[in-house]
Design a protein around this ligand. Structure first.
Ligand code: ATP
Ligand code: MG
Length: 415
C-alpha cells in the first residue's frame, strides 16, 4: 500500500473548513491593515536561501529539500517565506511603489526535520511582511496584527517574548565578549555548553543545568550592548506595544534560526502546544534585500505555523455549509433524472446551494441522506413539471409545480 510520505498529511474535508477559517481570518485581519496577498513559487534557486536565510543556519545546513532540475540548476523547496517575498520585491521593482509594500501569504513550506506533533516536513505558514519602512511603528503594527490574528483564531495560552538584536556589527562584538566570558568560566559549565562556546555561545542561555545557569545569570546581555539608535528604536517599539495594551516579556536570550534579523525580534509561544511551543515569530531584516542584490531597503515581518495555530486553537466544530435544497428522485427514468439535474443547476444559478441524488438510493434513503447533510428543503421530482417540496424542519410538504420550487425557497416559504 502506498502511503503519504513521512512527515506529510492529507487535509481531509473535515480539516479543510478550519483551515479555510484561518485564511478568511488572515484576510480580514491583515487586509484591514492594508496588507495584500502574495504567493511565490513552491521552489526557488537554492542560492536564494543559502544567501538569504544564511549558510550557517540549521535550515540551510540540514533542513532543505534541494534537487537538481535536470539542467544543472540547483533548486530548493521553500523552507520559509521571507526570502522569496524579498526576491519578488526586487524582481518586480516594488521599490517604485508607495512604501512600505505590505504583503501577506498563506502557503506550504518544506523542511527535512524529524516529524512529531506540530512538526512536519510539509507544513503551512501564514506570514506578513512590511518592506520599505525602517520605523518602530511598522514592527509594532506587525506584532499587534499577529496577536490579533492568534486571538481571533482562539489560540490559547499565548506568551509574547521580544528582544532586539541590534546590528550585525554589534552582534559580532557581543559574541566575542560572550565567548571570552564563557571561556573564562568553562570549568563551571556543563560539558554540552562548554563544547558550544565557539560554535554557538548564545545557546548557553537555554541550558537547564544549574552550574551553567549560575554562570549565565551574570553573563553580558546583548540588549545592554545595543548602539544608542538601536536601543532607541527598541524602546519605541515597546512604547507602542505598551500603548496597545499588549503584554510581553523582554527576553535578552531570544534567538531565532534565521541569520537575517536585525533589531526587533519576537516570538509567540502557546502553553497548549507542549514541546513544539512556537506558534509564530518574526523580526526586522534591514540587510536582507541588499544581501539579495536589491537596493538597500529595510523590512520587517513574521510567520506563524498554521498546524500549530490549529493545535492550540479552540476546538469549536465549524458548522458545515448550509444545503438549501436536496433534489430527490423517486424513479430513475431519464425524464425525471433530467428534470432533477436541471432543477439543481437552476437553484445554484439562483444563488442557492443545491445537491442532487447521485447514489441511486431508495426514496427513503434519499430523505435520510438529505437529513444527514442538513438540507432545508427536499424537492422530490415526481415526473416532468411536477414535484413535492418538503421542508425538513417542520416535516410539512406540498405538491408544487417544478417551476415554483426555486421561488418558494427564495421567499423562504413555510410549508
Ligand atoms: P521551531 O523552533 O519550532 O523549529 P522555527 O523557529 O524553526 O520553529 P520559524 O522558522 O520561525 O520556526 O517558522 C515560523 C513558524 O512556523 C513556527 O513558529 C512554527 O509555528 C511553524 N513551523 C516551523 N517549522 C515547522 C514544521 N516543521 N512543522 C510545522 N510548523 C512549523
Ligand atoms: Mg525549526
Amino acid at each position: 500500500m502506498i502511503q503519504a510520505p513521512k512527515g506529510t498529511f492529507d487535509v481531509l474535508p473535515a480539516d479543510a473548513e478550519r483551515r479555510a477559517l484561518v485564511e478568511r481570518t488572515a484576510r480580514r485581519v491583515l487586509g484591514a491593515a492594508g496588507y495584500q496577498r502574495i504567493e511565490t513559487p513552491t521552489f526557488e534557486s537554492t542560492e536564494l536561501f543559502s544567501r538569504g536565510v544564511g549558510e550557517a543556519t540549521d535550515i540551510v545546513q540540514k533542513e532543505m529539500y534541494t534537487f537538481d532540475d535536470g539542467g544543472g540548476r540547483s533548486l530548493t523547496l521553500r523552507p520559509e517565506g521571507t526570502a522569496p517575498v524579498c526576491r519578488a520585491y526586487i524582481e518586480h521593482g516594488m521599490h517604485r511603489l508607495p512604501q512600505p509594500v505590505k504583503l501577506w501569504y498563506l502557503s506550504t513550506f518544506f523542511r527535512a526535520e524529524a516529524p512529531q506533533r506540530g512538526r512536519y516536513r510539509q507544513f503551512w505558514q501564514v506570514g506578513a511582511e512590511a518592506i520599505g519602512s525602517a520605523g518602530p511603528d511598522s514592527d509594532a503594527e506587525l506584532i499587534v496584527l499577529l496577536a490579533e490574528l492568534l486571538e481571533a483564531l482562539g489560540v490559547k495560552g499565548t506568551r509574547l517574548r521580544i528582544a532586539s538584536l541590534g546590528t550585525p556589527a554589534t552582534r559580532a562584538e557581543y559574541r566575542v565578549e560572550l565567548t571570552g566570558y564563557l571561556r573564562a568560566r568553562a570549568d563551571a559549565l556543563s560539558p554540552e555548553a562548554r563544547s558550544r562556546i565557539e560554535l554557538n555561545p548564545m545557546r548557553a542561555f537555554d541550558a537547564t543545568d544549574p552550574g551553567t545557569r549560575e554562570v549565565m545569570r551574570e553573563a553580558p546581555k546583548l540588549i545592554d550592548r545595543l548602539a544608542p539608535d538601536d536601543a532607541e528604536h527598541f524602546a519605541a517599539v515597546r512604547e507602542l506595544l505598551d500603548g496597545a495594551g499588549l503584554r510581553y516579556e523582554l527576553d535578552p536570550t531570544l534567538v531565532r534560526g534565521l541569520d537575517y534579523y536585525t533589531r526587533t525580534l519576537y516570538e509567540f509561544t502557546s502553553d497548549a502546544l507542549g514541546a513544539q511551543s512556537g506558534v509564530g515569530g518574526g523580526g526586522r531584516y534591514d540587510g536582507l534585500i541588499e544581501q539579495l542584490g536589491g537596493p538597500p531597503t529595510p523590512g520587517s515581518g513574521w510567520a506563524a505555523g498554521v498546524e500549530r495555530i490549529l493545535l492550540s486553537g479552540s476546538e469549536q466544530p465549524i458548522a458545515p455549509d448550509p444545503v438549501d435544497l436536496f433534489v430527490a428522485l423517486p424513479r430513475l427514468d431519464s425524464g425525471s433524472a433530467r428534470a432533477a439535474f436541471e432543477l439543481a443547476r437552476e437553484a445554484r444559478r439562483a444563488g442557492l446551494s443545491a445537491q442532487l441524488e447521485l447514489a441511486g438510493r431508495s426514496l427513503k434513503g434519499q430523505l435520510k441522506h438529505a437529513d444527514r447533510i442538513g438540507a432545508r428543503y427536499v424537492a422530490i421530482v415526481n415526473e416532468i413539471g411536477d414535484s413535492t417540496l418538503k421542508e425538513m424542519a417542520s416535516g410539512e410538504q406540498h405538491e408544487l409545480a417544478l417551476v415554483a420550487v426555486i421561488p418558494a425557497i427564495l421567499r423562504g416559504d413555510r410549508l
